[in-house]
Write a protein of this length. Structure first.
Length: 115
C-alpha cells in the first residue's frame, strides 16, 4: 500500500485547510485509515481514525474542529481542519492499517498556522 498525502500549506489562525490522502497498491486490504501529526520537538500524535464501516475516532485536541472522511470508491481519506491554531502547526501524516496487520505511512504534508 502506498499513501500520498497532499493539501498542506500556510494558513492564518482561524483559517481552514483540507488534507487529502490517496491509497494505491493493495488498497482493498485496508481496514482503517487515519491521520497523525508531529510538531517540531514533540511526539507523534494520533488525530483521527476512520474505520471501514465509517465509524470515526478523534483526539480530544481536535474534536469539534477536525473532521475525517473517506471516499471508498477512490481509496481516499480527507481531513477537514477548521479554526486552525498556531499549535496545529506540524507535519501531518496519513496512515493505513491493513487486514494483514501492517501499518503504512504516507510521506507527510506540512501545515503551518501563522499570521
Amino acid at each position: 500500500v502506498q499513501l500520498q498525502a497532499s493539501g498542506g500549506g500556510t494558513v492564518q489562525p482561524g483559517g481552514s485547510l483540507r488534507l487529502s490522502c490517496a491509497a494505491s497498491g493493495s488498497a482493498a486490504s485496508i481496514e482503517a485509515m487515519g491521520w497523525y501529526r508531529q510538531a517540531s520537538g514533540k511526539q507523534r500524535e494520533l488525530l483521527a481514525l476512520i474505520l471501514s464501516n465509517g465509524s470515526t475516532k478523534y483526539a480530544d485536541s481536535v474534536k469539534g474542529r477536525f473532521t475525517i472522511s473517506r471516499d471508498n470508491a477512490k481509496n481516499m481519506i480527507f481531513l477537514q481542519m477548521n479554526t486552525l491554531e498556531p499549535e496545529d502547526t506540524a507535519v501531518y501524516f496519513c496512515i493505513a492499517d491493513s487486514t494483514t496487520g501492517n501499518v503504512y505511512w504516507g510521506q507527510g504534508t506540512l501545515v503551518t498556522v501563522s499570521s
